[in-house]
Design a protein around this ligand. Structure first.
Ligand SMILES: [Zn+2]
Length: 249
């Protein structure tokens, strides 16, 4: 379903065009202008990178996907589970997911290890950010409910797409975190517990009626692949930010 396209100036994860007519994408760290340690396609305003570089990177990415830079909505991202419906560009503080019915409005969430989830329903799209706190707070389900409400469709009509994130191979957590999640998502076979948030997302979405086959995962681990992804954990905070973007055509 998802392919990392590397033939253009900005490499991007894109779904098969025969499967998805709206715009869904996940960025990588390649194709931008930022210097180390933010090299090169840093999309995060919360980093010490030069703001002009981040702006240039955002424009490159949006242009390469056929989206207008002035039709962009972003979320404040506070590790909660609040979803806000938007119909116009702008920055929405105090929320971790956006949903829209508006055509041509790009919803973007920012990550560097946390999960990004894109939701596609007939007539609506959503983009959500969820690390362990957000998953624990119910973000996966909240965004599913929001996109169902906005579109007027049941979960059976929705697909959910998971982007590059730190995964069970790399995501060591303390027992106080691991114990909050189902045992299927925690590997205790190699010393410290390792948490796989995509597994938790699949379990929680299934509980809400999303068919298992409707979850599509790019499968990439941000911490495993320094040439392609920023990882807050691996780079000890001195790193850039990836984007997940959803827009209705
Ligand atoms: Zn890994």
């Amino acid at each position: 379903m998802w392919t990392l396209l590397t033939d253009g100036p900005v490499p991007l994860w894109r779904p098969s065009p025969t499967a998805v007519s709206d715009v869904l994408l996940f960025s990588t760290r390649r194709g931008g202008v930022s210097p180390p340690p933010y090299d090169t396609l840093n999309l995060g305003r919360s980093t010490p990178d030069r703001p002009e570089a981040v702006t240039a990177n955002r424009e490159r990415l949006l242009h390469s996907a056929g989206l207008a830079p002035d039709r962009l909505a972003t979320a404040g991202q506070v590790h909660g589970a609040r979803v806000v419906e938007v119909d116009a560009p702008g920055h929405v503080p105090e929320c971790d997911a956006l949903v829209t019915r508006a055509r041509g409005l790009a919803l973007a969430v920012t990550t560097a290890d946390c999960m990004a989830l894109l939701y596609l329903a007939p007539g609506a799209v959503a983009a959500a950010h969820a690390g362990w706190r957000g998953v624990d707070a119910g973000m996966c389900e909240a965004a599913l409910r929001a996109v169902c409400e906005a579109s007027g469709h049941a979960p059976e009509a929705v697909t959910v797409h998971l982007g590059p994130a730190i995964r069970g191979c790399c995501y060591e957590v303390g027992d106080e975190v691991a114990d909050r999640f189902p045992i299927e998502a925690v590997d205790r076979s190699r010393g410290r517990a390792r948490l796989d948030l995509p597994t938790v997302a699949r379990l929680r979405l299934a509980q809400c009626g999303l068919p298992a086959a409707h979850v599509h995962d790019v499968g990439a681990c941000t911490a495993c692949e320094p040439a392609w992804y920023y990882s807050h954990r691996r780079d000890e905070g001195r790193t850039g930010r990836l984007w997940a973007v959803a827009a209705r055509r």
